[in-house]
Design a binder for this molecule. Structure first.
Ligand code: FES
Ligand code: FE2
Length: 382
């Protein structure tokens, strides 16, 4: 096969141009389903969670038994109803006691009070009172929220297809390897900001062409590299692999003959649910902070809210090896695509359409989704 049969990567400016990033916020992040958490976090009336979707903050709340989502924006003069950190997941600043209590302990919340002038809202986003003034009926604009195997996704676009229509078949495939996914609870979160465009992060995540070279622990102890397959289709990129032999497994697994598969389900553009052998369920979310800054939110979902010592071993091994090994790569690629010396290279495509550890089919697939979202023409070479 000659070089000319391979698709080419994107021009460097696609990863560095603030105007491109602004287009992405409008045409990708404001129009797609993005994971924000799990139904167990808002399982009881009064429970809420916060998240960041592109450049927008959202609140997901259990309003008397119904899960609702709305913008994290006070309809008085625009203060965030619940100020958060950059990940959107942790409250910061001067919160009311009631709000802080709900987020940290899961205690039932009956209202949300804006920190600025203390207008108060119910958990559906309806204004309850404006410090005694009659200001008329006001409701915070609503956001769509749907679930898949217990995981909650939101979409800012009222006209978007449903989540189920966007990623057909994924729920059944995920439940086949993690049958109790919808009963899991939030157990652990760790975040890290990379100095790279979000596309560099999700391209890196979705190819294992670099695994044999970079991820020695993952390749030796979590999966069998020869079995690794990556199937890109539609808005999903499905990774599958077999576990290593029992004497090579890197961590203690809740082992069972029927819990031996590795599966990862990436949903365009920035969400992934993955299951390590032993039904170790974990997720990746990427929050685009700027054209060259992306926050990784890495979360773990067990049957228990506090990880056991064995589960912490898995979490720490994963972070210290596979996850951290990618950080420097992404920062370096961002510097590289910013260089005058960068010419987009050929992408190694397996003609079967399914990638192994020797190919990177998901990268041009991601580029197709990106071009389609921005209404850009297909490249002449690909
Ligand atoms: S901005 Fe929220 S009460 Fe004024
Ligand atoms: Fe990697």
């Amino acid at each position: 096969m000659t070089d000319t049969t391979f698709p080419r990567g994107l021009e460097g400016s696609c990863y560095t141009d603030p105007d491109v990033f602004a287009q992405e916020l409008e045409h990708i992040f404001a129009k797609t389903w993005q994971m924000v958490g799990h139904q167990s976090q808002v399982g009881q009336p009064g429970q809420i969670l916060t998240a960041r979707i592109g450049d927008e903050g959202v609140i997901v709340a259990n309003d008397n038994g119904t899960v609702k989502a709305f913008y994290n924006v006070c309809q008085h003069r625009g203060h965030e109803l619940i100020p958060t950190d950059a990940s959107g997941t942790e409250p910061v600043g001067s919160l009311t006691t009631a709000t802080t209590g709900a987020l940290s302990s899961g205690a039932a919340l009956t209202s949300i009070t804006c920190p600025y002038h203390a207008w108060s809202y119910d958990l559906g986003g309806n204004l309850l009172h404006a410090r005694g003034e009659k200001v008329g009926e006001i409701c915070v604009p609503q956001v769509r929220v749907e679930s898949m195997a217990g995981f909650l996704f939101v979409n800012l676009d009222p006209d978007a297809p449903s989540l189920a229509d966007t990623i057909p078949g994924v729920e059944d495939q995920l439940l086949a390897i993690a049958p109790d996914a919808s009963e899991r609870v939030f157990s652990y979160r760790r975040t890290h900001e990379v100095a790279a465009n979000w596309k560099i992060a999700v391209e890196n995540y979705n190819e294992c062409y670099h695994c044999p070279n970079v991820h020695k622990a993952f390749s030796a102890g979590v999966v069998t590299p020869a079995s690794y397959r990556i199937h890109p289709y539609g808005n999903t990129i499905h990774h599958t692999a077999e576990a290593p032999a029992p004497d090579k497994v890197a961590y203690q697994r809740a082992d069972a003959a029927d819990a031996n598969d590795y599966g990862s389900f990436f949903t365009w553009p920035v969400s992934s649910i993955q299951c390590y052998p032993g039904r170790v369920l974990n997720t990746f979310r990427w929050v685009p902070l700027d054209v060259d800054r992306t926050l990784l939110v890495r979360e773990w979902w067990f049957a228990n809210a506090t990880p056991t010592a064995e589960q912490m071993d898995i979490i720490e091994l994963d972070w210290d090896t596979t996850v951290s090994e990618d950080f420097e790569l992404m920062d370096s690629v961002q510097r590289g695509v910013s260089s005058r010396g960068y010419r987009p290279g050929p992408l190694i495509n397996d003609p079967s359409g399914v990638a192994t550890v020797h190919s990177e089919n998901s990268v041009p697939h991601l580029h197709s989704l990106w071009r389609e979202a921005l209404a850009l023409p297909a490249p002449v070479d690909g």
